[in-house]
Design a protein around this ligand. Structure first.
Ligand code: SAM
Length: 243
C-alpha cells in the first residue's frame, strides 16, 4: 500500500485531523497566498470549472471542501442558483467564508456547514450539482468521499472537481516542479504561520491519482460519462461526471 501523505507526518493523528488543523492555521492568509502564488490564475481556473455547469442550470448546489468559499462565490455569480451549501472540516476556513458571505450580503443564497466529505450531513439524491475545488487531494479516504458525493447527487446531477495535476511535457513539468517544490514552500513559509502547509502542497499533489486514475475511481463509485479536461498543460484538471 502507498504511504499516506499527511501535513504533519504524525502517525498518532488521522490525516483528516491534521488537514483540519493545517487549514485552521493558514485560514487567515489562505486567500492572499492563493492569488499571489498562482499569479491570479486560480480565479480563471475556478471560472472555467464552474462554466462546466452552465448547461445544467443547477438550482441547488453543494460545494464540498468549500474552505473560504471562493469556488462557491464563483458558482453563485456565474450560475445564479437558488442556493449553494458549502461544507468543510475546518472551522477556521468556514469563519473566513462566513465573514465574506456577510460582507457581500449573500446570507440567503450561501449557507455553510461544518461537515466531512466522507460522511456528508445530507440525505441521498438531494443536489443538482456538487463542486469541489482543490479539496479531493486532501481527503483521507478519496474513494469514500467520491462515493458520498455521488450519493447526495440527484440522478442526472453533475459533479465538477477541480484539482492540481502533474504536467508531463517538457519544459512545463520541470518549471512546475521547480516552482512547486522550491518557490511555493518558501513564500508560503514567509507569509503563513505554518511552515509545513506549503511543503505538504507539492507532496499531496505528487501522491494524488490524477488523470485517468481519478476518472476510473469516479466510474467505480457509480459516476457515468466521466471526463478529464487538463488546464495549463496539465497543471490543473477539471473532472466531471454524471450520476
Ligand atoms: C485547498 S482548500 C480549498 C478551498 C476552496 N474549495 C477553494 O477553492 O479555495 C481545501 C479545503 O478542503 C477541506 N477539506 C479537506 N478534507 C476535507 C473533508 N474530508 N471534508 C470536508 N472538507 C475537507 C479543508 O479543510 C480545506 O478548507
Amino acid at each position: 500500500m502507498s504511504k499516506i501523505v499527511t501535513p504533519y507526518q504524525n502517525e498518532q493523528v488521522t490525516k483528516k485531523e491534521q488537514v483540519a488543523d493545517m487549514f485552521n492555521n493558514i485560514s487567515k492568509t489562505y486567500d492572499f497566498l492563493n492569488h499571489f502564488l498562482s499569479l491570479g490564475i486560480d480565479i480563471i481556473w475556478r471560472k472555467k470549472a464552474i462554466n462546466e455547469l452552465k448547461e445544467n442550470q443547477p438550482k441547488l448546489i453543494l460545494d464540498v471542501a468549500t474552505g473560504t468559499g471562493d469556488f462557491a462565490f464563483e458558482a453563485l455569480s456565474i450560475l445564479k442558483p437558488e442556493k449553494i451549501i458549502g461544507v468543510d472540516i475546518s472551522q477556521g476556513m468556514l469563519d473566513i467564508a462566513q465573514q465574506k458571505i456577510t460582507k457581500r450580503g449573500l446570507g440567503d443564497k450561501f449557507e455553510i456547514k461544518l461537515g466531512d466529505s466522507e460522511k456528508l450531513p445530507f440525505s441521498d439524491n438531494q443536489f443538482d450539482a456538487v463542486t469541489v475545488a482543490y479539496g479531493v487531494r486532501n481527503f483521507e479516504h478519496l474513494e469514500k468521499g467520491l462515493a458520498d458525493i455521488q450519493r447526495v447527487l440527484k440522478t442526472g446531477g453533475k459533479a465538477v472537481v477541480l484539482e492540481f495535476s502533474k504536467p508531463k511535457a517538457f519544459p512545463v513539468k520541470q518549471l512546475y516542479n521547480f516552482y512547486f517544490n522550491y518557490i511555493t514552500p518558501g513564500i508560503g513559509k514567509l507569509f503563513s504561520k505554518d511552515s509545513r502547509a506549503y511543503t505538504y502542497l507539492p507532496e499531496s499533489v505528487a501522491a494524488f491519482p490524477d488523470g485517468e486514475r481519478f476518472t476510473a475511481m469516479m466510474e467505480k463509485v457509480g459516476f457515468k460519462n466521466t471526463k478529464c479536461r487538463p488546464l495549463a498543460f496539465g497543471i490543473c484538471s477539471i473532472y466531471t461526471g454524471i450520476k
